[in-house]
Design a binder for this molecule. Structure first.
Ligand SMILES: *Cc1c(COP(=O)(O)O)cnc(C)c1O
Length: 587
């Protein structure tokens, strides 16, 4: 069963040949039966609205036929959709849906709760809270105190992190500004912006600031231009606002956040990447010192567990060490958000029988995710859940709190009846929560369960890589691969990088043209990814003459790769397709 990594997925996925069709059909039937039964019996005394004879009138039958035809057309259209369920699809971060996720999603869809409010969604919100607790436990948060909610995806979950980090910093800074203006003392901007809630509470009780005046001193609740100017006066130098420190391999959702939150793209400071493409912690530390010197408070430090381009895992553990040391030594409390949109579910692998598929430092990084302030996870990626399903998690209720518009600025009411005030999105479905809830109750997020499935995907990436290396030595893998994404370029011995880049792009076109397997393409660029590009050129003896590295990218998240019958047939076919494509590219 699932303890055997190779056969585990078999009970939990439809099967590439619809192998599980008969029992999937019976479960869908059971879901629909139960839905009709619920509708028929929950208000049994109510009148029917559609009569038996009416349903046989010509007018009714015409409408029925119209719907049936349009539906058939829709189904025919969707049959031409990319078959992302197939192991032949390794293009982007999408693959098969798990059966628990599909059943959970579909069941909740029929009931259609709106989780914006506990008052209406009395069950949907409970399911959501339970699913959040399961995911919180998975990443190492204490599920009894962690908070969070489902979002439409990783982009929104990252925005939720920025929103809360900004709320916290804004409170600390507003109070310090008010005190500086009231007492005439100089504002120590950087220390004030990272003071912590204990110090905040102590200062509030000592100075008893009027809430209305604090509101005026807030750059979020008051007028930001006015508040920035006042901060400049209080600390004796111009104030340019806070910065967010993101690794150079950031997802473009962070640029969107800079735009949406009005921070300015300049406020997104890149921390350097090392030769293996991961966040360089020494550079992060320098950037933090730069921020302190420049009088730019740090809204948040972001680390990425599973980069979108190459699946790399930043040293989350060492980022935590750094920030914890800065807190102990300098009193700075700096928000740490882990963008684990892709890699969050890999947290199920460490400490289990399959943990050796991940390198020791990747395991250490994943085990530290629970030390962060907040985390993004995308169930619609490695959670095998239908779109749109992202998750925002905060370590505790304090970190989950955001500005409540009509509440007094000083009160920080925790989760109330109405969840809408705590989420950027308004109306929200319960289907993603139900999909994760059922996944947690069946597969479960333990190393021998979900961890076994994901370990199988990491192994599949290794098997592919070994087969390609043995057969096609001109395909040069980007090393090391931290997870289940393999990236490679086409280059012969001593070839110039510029020429290899051109041929790799041509190979991508050829593989697309061939059509048997789907891969994607990604490009690493200098200066952000300079060390990684140089390392790749040096490893394979390529002449380093270009400012970028073009890579083919294979995302081996499909669960069927770990089935022997699939890998024995399709790995050689994949190699053959790549060989054909390389031949059309030429030298
Ligand atoms: C996919 C991804 C996102 C964005 O998630 P969406 O669900 O597409 O909005 C953010 N960060 C990382 C690292 C991702 O891989």
């Amino acid at each position: 069963m699932i303890e055997d990594g190779s056969s585990g997925p078999k009970a939990y996925f439809p099967g590439p040949r619809s192998e599980n069709e008969s029992w999937v059909r019976s479960e869908f039937q059971a879901i629909v039966d139960d839905w009709f039964d619920w509708r028929r019996n929950s208000l049994p005394g109510d009148p029917a609205a559609i009569g038996a004879e009416e349903r046989l009138t010509p007018g009714f039958l015409v409408e029925r036929e119209r719907t049936a035809q349009a539906l058939a057309e829709l189904m025919a259209l969707l049959r031409r959709e990319t078959p992302t369920y197939s192991p032949r699809y390794a293009g982007h971060m999408v693959s098969e849906l798990s059966l628990p996720a599909l059943f959970g999603h579909f069941t909740a869809l029929l009931h259609n709760p709106n989780n914006t409010s506990r008052e209406v969604s009395k069950i949907g919100t409970v399911i959501e809270a339970e699913a959040i607790a399961m995911l919180a436990e998975m990443v190492g948060f204490d599920p009894a105190v962690a908070r969070g909610h489902f979002t439409s995806g990783g982009t929104m979950a990252n925005f939720e992190g920025v929103w809360r980090a900004r709320y916290r910093l804004d409170h600390w800074l507003a109070l310090a500004l008010w005190i500086a203006e009231t007492t005439g003392e100089t504002l120590d901007l950087f220390a004030a912006a990272h003071m912590g809630w204990a110090r905040f509470a102590e200062l509030v009780s000592r100075y008893e600031p009027p809430a209305a005046e604090l509101r005026q001193a807030s750059a979020v609740a008051g007028n930001p231009a006015d508040v920035f100017r006042r901060i400049g006066v209080a600390c004796g130098r111009d104030y340019s606002g806070p910065v967010v420190l993101v690794p150079g391999n950031k997802h473009f959702s962070w640029q969107k956040a800079a735009n949406v939150f009005g921070l300015g793209e300049e406020a997104f400071w890149s921390a350097g990447l090392d030769a293996e493409g991961r966040l360089d912690v020494a550079d992060l530390e320098r950037r933090l010192e730069d921020a302190a010197t420049a009088g730019r408070p740090v809204l948040a430090v972001v680390s990425v567990a599973g980069t979108t381009e190459t699946g790399e895992i930043d040293p989350v553990d060492r980022v935590c060490d750094l920030l914890e040391n800065l807190q102990a030594g300098r009193g700075w409390r700096i928000w740490h958000h882990v963008d684990a949109a892709y890699g969050g579910f890999l947290c199920t692998i460490p400490d289990g029988r399959h943990e050796a598929v991940l390198s020791p430092r990747v395991r250490k990084a994943l085990k530290a995710v629970g030390r962060a302030d907040s985390v993004t996870i995308d169930p619609h990626k490695l959670g095998y859940t239908p779109y749109a399903c992202g998750t925002f998690l905060a370590r505790d209720a304090d970190r989950y709190t955001v500005s409540v518009f009509d509440a007094p600025y000083l009160e920080r009411p925790h989760l109330a009846q109405d969840l809408w005030s705590a989420t950027l999105e308004g109306s929200r479905p319960a289907s993603g929560a139900a999909a994760m809830w059922l996944t947690g109750r069946t597969i479960g997020f333990r190393p021998d369960r979900f961890g076994a499935i994901l370990a199988g995907t990491v192994r599949a990436r290794q098997v592919f890589q070994d087969a390609v290396r043995a057969a096609l030595p001109d395909l040069r893998f980007l090393e090391p691969a931290d997870s289940n994404i393999a990236c490679f370029s086409l280059a012969s011995d001593g070839e110039a990088l510029s020429s290899a880049n051109r041929r790799t792009a041509a190979l991508y076109d050829a593989v697309r043209e061939d059509g048997d397997f789907h891969l994607s393409m990604t490009t690493l660029r200098r200066p952000g990814q300079a060390a990684q590009i140089a390392a790749h050129a040096a490893r394979y003896g390529l002449e380093d003459d270009d400012d970028r590295l073009v890579l083919m990218r294979g995302v081996f998240m499909n669960p069927y790769w770990s089935s022997a019958s699939v890998s024995e047939r399709l790995v050689p076919e994949f190699v053959a397709a790549l060989r054909r494509s390389i031949e059309t590219v030429g030298a």
